[in-house]
Design a protein around this ligand. Structure first.
Ligand SMILES: [Zn+2]
Length: 369
């Protein structure tokens, strides 16, 4: 079952479990220790707040002479690495290293340490397969070993891109897909890319800013059957996470309610979701025979503590929101959520509160609720 980490506490806990290489790119650094030149202070503040896209925009507006400084190169390289664009980060980190810049001090890593992460990620990723274009732009860049599973999923990528276009329009960001066949390789890559260990047994993949990762073999050794719609649903769900996170910006996973994060990714994967919708209905029906529904609060902030019911509930809630609407409403909703917050944007986009959708789904299975 796919999962995407959304809550700050979980992220902070996972940070404690980071390995040595992952230490290099942990978001929970001590604040800036060494002063930078005054024109770079806003960029340094953006990094400290984990606003990496903003830091990159601020960098682009610097005068040429400032932009080529080792300090500015460090900031841009660090921000790109946090946005999982490690290949693009390399030249900036190398420039900072050549300029003998050592970072902000304290727990902030030096360019040399960050370059170790970049080297590891480039060395350990699967081989490059091809680019999938959206017009002239690259929408998906695929890295994968040639396996029967990969062959089937990669054949569906043009359909994934069409689905993405129907929601987000023609200007899709480039998302790199990394498909693994071996769970240990996947785990090591994942830890280095995201600075956190995989903590959930069921997690075979994730979608985050600019990336999708997926492993065709689960942690317990079971394999996703090549050619199954379930695999397509899982990968499109992760692509959905990647698109939402990339469109919304760096704060997305820190503030999105769990049920909206998972349910909207399911909404994006809708073309392959029919079996999962039926299994969600079965799951909640069975639960209703034994116990009450999860609380709305649990679905917002604690969905991963009871994933089976949580995912099922989130899926049905978002499908109710999206029913009869053009899929582009997802993009409209994200834009409004960015401006006004996730709950207020539910009212302005869909005309309902989250708790109303929750009650409506709950009453289908718990008539007396
Ligand atoms: Zn997910």
């Amino acid at each position: 079952m796919p999962v995407n980490f959304g809550d700050l506490t979980a992220r902070a806990q996972m940070c404690v479990q980071r390995n040595v290489l992952a230490l290099a790119v942990c978001s929970f650094m001590a604040g800036p220790v060494l002063a930078v030149s005054s024109s770079l202070e806003p960029l340094q503040t953006s990094l400290y707040k984990a606003h990496y896209a903003i830091a990159i925009e601020q960098y682009a507006r610097l005068p040429d002479v400032e932009r080529s400084s080792p300090e500015a190169s460090y900031i841009k390289g660090y921000a790109l690495l946090q946005r999982h664009q490690f290949e693009q980060a390399r030249p900036y980190l190398e420039a900072a290293h050549r300029g003998s810049y050592e970072g902000f001090g304290g727990n902030w890593p030096s360019p040399a340490v960050l370059l170790q992460s970049v080297n590891y990620l480039q060395r350990s990723r699967p081989p490059f397969v091809c680019d999938y274009l959206d017009g002239r732009a690259v929408a998906v860049r695929l890295y994968a070993k040639p396996t029967p599973w990969t062959k089937h999923v990669s054949a569906a990528i043009p359909r994934f891109i069409e689905r993405a276009e129907s929601i987000f329009g023609k200007d899709l960001p480039t998302i790199s897909f990394y498909f693994f066949d071996n769970y240990a390789d996947f785990g090591h890559f994942f830890e280095s890319l995201f600075s956190q260990s995989i903590v959930h047994m069921w997690q075979d993949g994730t979608g985050n800013t600019n990336v999708v990762t997926f492993c065709e073999t689960s942690k317990d050794g079971t394999r996703h059957a090549p050619g199954s719609d379930w695999s397509l649903a899982c990968v499109l769900h992760e692509y959905g996470h990647a698109l939402c996170t990339t469109y919304f910006g760096d704060d997305y996973l820190r503030i999105v309610p769990n049920w909206l994060n998972e349910g909207m990714a399911d909404g994006i994967a809708l073309p392959y979701m029919q079996p999962s919708i039926e299994s969600a209905e079965r799951q909640l029906k069975q639960r209703a025979e034994k116990q009450g529904p999860p609380s709305y609060e649990d679905l917002c902030t604690g969905l991963y503590r009871d994933p089976e019911s949580g995912y099922a509930f989130a899926r049905l809630m978002c499908l109710e929101l999206l029913k009869g609407k053009d899929p582009s409403v997802i993009r409209t909703y994200l834009a409004q959520a960015k401006a006004n917050g996730f709950e207020p944007a539910l009212i302005s986009t869909f005309g309902v509160r989250g708790s109303d959708v929750y009650r409506s789904v709950a009453r289908r299975f718990w008539p007396n609720f």
